[in-house]
Design a protein around this ligand. Structure first.
Ligand SMILES: NC(=O)c1ccc[n+]([C@@H]2O[C@H](COP(=O)([O-])OP(=O)(O)OC[C@H]3O[C@@H](n4cnc5c(N)ncnc54)[C@H](OP(=O)(O)O)[C@@H]3O)[C@@H](O)[C@H]2O)c1
Length: 364
């Protein structure tokens, strides 16, 4: 294991604090903040929820004696904001507090801030260091950086498969491929997302709820259903449970959606293999849905992958063999060479009882 400098050690704590906001701050970034005076930690905080105070405000507010802030050092993983959004600019507060040095992992890609926060601090005579634990900071906020840059949601596809790559028996029976602990882990993926997306095939076959069922949970992501011809029965859980107002249905603009139901029905154009996925993702981004978890069958998953719209693939692989059955990626194209396949970058591997959780990245 490598050794860390003092600044890196402090930034690890900052990132640890930031992670506590997972699932609560999107579409904002995860941000933590720690304040030191004469080598002693005097305050810390994080951005706890969307619309709430920023990490710098909470950290500064946690300092017992505000006079101690004069001449102190502030560590934060993301460049402090310098614009009026839901809260006033953090740069003003930092400057007024008398903080003399600010250490940052990453610049904020958000147009109104990007580089301007640092400029304001330096103009006020504050020493600013950028790039401490830069890679770790970028990994922490990978979905935020991607969505800000591309104006599209970060898309994670989750698959539960056997060790020989099957998602169900030939007849479509799929409960349960993976163990209970893996299925609990999926709840965390849902919690961290702004929306869970599925296709009409899965909605009809499995009648899923796609809700977060974690102890003490008070947040439900949106549920997005791709149903070109509105063929999913109205009695389905997505329309009848207590979260039906969180269901968004995308359908073909060649038909008229129902009026006045609790769920939202949005028309989009049709493309080669179904609905226009790029248009759907653009609409989601504009609605503030910046992180999507896909829990769909081979139809939607294959279309998303072939359209280049997937950022991350999380495969829960069970210690089980079926020998035959359905596969989750159905590429009708006949590839001539192995190098024609879609390249995945291994991100992480974790053992969950008798299953493996494998994360791959597809693009930046
Ligand atoms: N093991 C796992 O991780 C897992 C997860 C989910 C599902 N499954 C299994 O997958 C099976 C269902 O597979 P499936 O492929 O039928 O389900 P799906 O991918 O959930 O839904 C496919 C349907 O989505 C609609 N759709 C709309 N736009 C589309 C587009 N651009 N591209 C593709 N589809 C689009 C189409 O129906 P319309 O024409 O009606 O719009 C299409 O038939 C079930 O057996 C289920 O249990 C397994």
């Amino acid at each position: 294991m490598g050794t860390f400098s003092r600044e890196e050690r402090i930034m690890r704590r900052v990132i640890g604090l930031a992670k506590q906001g997972l699932g609560r701050v999107s579409p904002n970034p995860l941000v933590g903040c720690v304040i030191y005076k004469d080598g002693v930690k005097i305050g810390e905080g994080l951005h706890e929820k969307f619309g709430g105070p920023h990490a710098e405000v909470n950290a500064i507010g946690s300092v017992t004696n505000p006079a101690d802030l004069a001449g102190s050092e502030l560590f934060v993983n993301l460049e402090p904001c310098c614009h009026f959004g839901k809260t006033p600019p953090c740069t003003n507060l930092i400057i007024q507090s008398g903080i003399k040095r600010v250490v940052i992992s990453n610049l904020d890609p958000f147009e109104k801030v990007s580089g301007n926060g640092v400029k304001q601090l330096r103009e006020a005579g504050i020493e600013v260091i950028i790039g401490v634990m830069e890679t770790e900071g970028a990994e922490l906020n990978r979905p935020f950086f991607f969505s800000q840059k591309n104006k599209l949601p970060f898309v994670t596809v989750k698959i539960a498969q056997t060790a020989d790559g099957r998602i169900s028996t030939v007849s479509g029976q799929s409960k349960w491929i993976t163990g209970e602990s893996s299925r609990k882990d999926v709840q965390n993926l849902r919690f961290a997302s702004d929306a869970v997306l599925t296709g009409s095939g899965t909605a009809k076959a499995d009648n899923p709820s796609l809700t977060v069922r974690l102890d003490g949970n008070d947040k439900q992501p949106f549920r997005i259903l791709l149903d070109s011809h509105l063929s999913v029965p109205a009695e389905s859980n997505l329309f009848t449970d207590s979260f039906s107002s969180k269901t968004i249905v995308f359908h073909s603009d060649q038909i008229t959606g129902p009026c006045g139901p609790k769920s939202s029905f949005l028309p989009v154009s049709e493309a080669e293999n179904g609905l226009n996925l790029h248009q759907i993702l653009e609409i989601c981004f504009k609605k503030g849905i910046h992180q999507i978890l896909v829990e769909a069958g081979p139809g939607v998953v294959t279309s998303l992958l072939k359209s280049g719209l997937v950022n991350q693939l999380v495969i829960y692989q069970a210690g089980k063999l079926l020998g035959n059955g359905k596969s989750w990626f159905e590429n009708p194209d006949i590839l001539q060479t192995v190098s024609d396949g879609i390249q995945l970058k291994l991100d992480s591997v974790e053992m969950i009882q008798n299953d493996l959780k494998i994360s791959y990245l597809l693009k930046d």
